[in-house]
Write a protein of this length. Structure first.
Length: 296
């Protein structure tokens, strides 16, 4: 099916761009301070994020009250970079989120179909509701079969596919090849296979690692895009060291770990580096993460 002009425009706008999967900093009671949030988002852009993905998994979007979700989108749009909004929940709830994101000035949607739904029908419903181009999300917890992936990549509103298959290198390569073969944008979400996924054909990145320490991730993407492969190797080694202590078991703890880094960098106050929805982490986890950050 022919790609819609709106989706083609987003595809081209994000090529070789780093999209930060932003967290949603909140205090221990879950309150989100608008000024803290805006300063945090602006810091990501100032440090090299070319676009922002908000209210996705890293941003704990499904857990947030609708009023808070709206405030996050509003603050993100103020940064004047492309804003991709994560959708969650069932069909009607996701459609409402998509429509509101469009009203608030978002540029696209990051879509992960809920369990038990028809992924193609879910994406199509959001497209009809909001008219915003979409990045489909192939996630390791429930990867798409090849036939379903092909249907999504044929949808006129799907600008690209974010691949986040964690440790399945073969599946990652196949998904990237299918995406580029469909003339869509292959977006790496592979925090633990970041450099290799670029070599396999990904041409943009949307990663939780860029929720903080943006230059660490941005340096890898920039070096590869420029063909500076000596710098690419050096930058990849540094990124891999940080990814090894942030994206590790328990994997859901990565949000807390990235918030610790954001606080260490001065992006957010220390009392806003709290992930209320993640697992308990080992007592020495914070120091281990910050030690890796300081080591560079």
């Amino acid at each position: 099916m022919t790609l819609d002009d709106r989706a083609a425009a987003l595809r081209d706008r994000l090529r070789w761009r780093l999209v930060a999967a932003a967290a949603t900093p909140a205090d221990p009671d879950g309150r989100v301070d608008g000024a803290v949030l805006e300063a945090y988002l602006r810091s990501l852009v100032a440090d090299g994020a070319h676009a922002l993905a908000v209210l996705a998994h890293t941003g704990r979007g499904p857990y947030l009250h609708p009023a808070v979700r709206e405030a996050v989108v509003r603050r993100a749009v103020l940064t004047r970079v492309p804003v991709i909004v994560g959708t969650g929940g069932d069909g009607p709830a996701a459609a409402r989120d998509a429509e509101r994101a469009a009203d608030l000035g978002a540029d696209g949607l990051l879509v992960f179909a809920p369990a038990g739904t028809d992924p193609l029908a879910h994406h199509d419903a959001l497209w009809r509701a909001a008219g915003l181009p979409m990045l489909a999300f192939d996630l390791y917890t429930r990867p798409y079969p090849a036939t379903v992936r092909a249907e999504l990549l044929d949808h006129p509103g799907v600008a690209g596919l974010k691949v986040a298959l964690l440790s399945d290198a073969i599946a990652c390569q196949e998904a990237i090849a299918a995406t580029t073969g469909a003339d869509r944008l292959a977006v790496t979400g592979e925090d633990r296979m970041f450099g290799p996924s670029l070599m396999w054909g990904a041409q943009a990145a949307l990663v939780g690692l860029a929720a903080a320490a943006v230059p660490v991730t941005g340096a890898v993407l920039d070096a590869f895009a420029r063909g500076d492969f000596d710098r690419f190797v050096t930058a990849s080694v540094r990124l891999d060291r940080l990814a090894a202590v942030t994206f590790t078991e328990p994997m859901e703890g990565y949000v807390q770990r990235m918030l610790w880094i954001a606080a260490e960098e001065g992006r957010i106050p220390p009392d806003h580096a709290v992930d209320r929805h993640g697992p308990a982490l080992p007592a020495d986890d914070r120091e281990r993460v910050l030690r890796a950050l300081r080591a560079g």
